[in-house]
Write a protein that binds this ligand. Structure first.
Ligand SMILES: *Cc1c(COP(=O)(O)O)cnc(C)c1O
Length: 241
């Protein structure tokens, strides 16, 4: 695990990259939030994030979060929100409703219905979510890959009593160095978001897109949240349980 000082240097570097990407497309860097992704890193990662002033972190597995989150709150009194950015299996949905402040990876109508039901059962009034779309049409990615399916999913999410639909999320396909494929994917997600806003007459402000290697095209396409792991915390340790 890196030191807090090294982490702070990495934060400054990432912020510099965001500022440069914003400068190139005329956006305000304050409109692009940074979500530190702490998956496969020990509890120090969320502790560093909170100490540096971040309000939330991203994790991709329910069980790993359950352990890390309770460790975090034994060691720190600083409030921190936890967002799920990885695929959610339906048998973990109940626990996810207990643990996460927001779920970015909602990708099926069945999951929407499960989350609604568990909110009811667990007495959770509001659960913010994003819908994960496979805007790059990548067979290796989760999320719905066509607009009509995304429209149906949106309709289901909006009809729930507890789910609060904030916007869309995507993971771009692995790309070559030109990032052309990633750029197309992000542009598509933006277009889909704009269409849904028009069709449903409702704002969907959050566009969660862009990671360590492809944040620049994501910012250019209108990302409001980049999810950054490696560039902040270094390589992940996959031998961690
Ligand atoms: C791991 C992960 C990230 C962070 O990726 P880095 O390349 O390490 O920045 C972002 N989004 C999702 C969905 C992830 O699973």
């Amino acid at each position: 695990m890196l030191s807090f000082e090294e982490f702070s240097v990495n934060c400054a570097r990432v912020r510099e990259r965001v500022a440069e990407a914003c400068r190139l497309c005329g956006r305000n860097p304050e409109d692009v939030r940074l979500l530190p992704v702490t998956k496969n890193h020990p509890v120090e990662a969320p502790l560093y994030a909170a100490r540096a002033g971040f309000a939330a972190v991203g994790e991709n597995r329910v069980q790993e979060t359950e352990l890390k989150r309770s460790e975090y709150f034994t060691q720190s009194a600083a409030p921190l929100r936890w967002e799920l950015i990885g695929h959610l299996q339906s048998n973990k949905a109940r626990n996810a409703v207990r643990l996460f402040d927001r779920i970015q990876s909602v990708d099926s109508i069945a999951l929407v219905q499960k989350l609604e039901r568990f909110c009811d059962e667990l007495g959770r009034e509001r659960l913010p979510i994003l819908l994960q779309a496979n805007a790059g049409n990548d067979p290796a990615k989760f999320g719905t890959g066509d607009f009509d399916a995304l429209r149906s999913l949106t309709e289901a999410a909006l009809s729930g009593a507890h789910l609060q639909l904030d916007g869309l999320m995507c993971v771009a396909p692995i790309d070559d160095d030109s990032l052309e494929t990633a750029k197309r994917c992000f542009d598509t997600l933006r277009i889909w978001r704009d269409r849904l806003e028009t069709e449903f007459g409702r704002p969907l402000p959050e566009l969660s897109m862009g990671m360590s290697h492809d944040l620049a095209p994501a910012v250019a396409a209108g990302s409001t949240m980049i999810r950054i792991g490696t560039a902040l915390f270094g390589e992940r340790d996959y031998s961690r349980p």
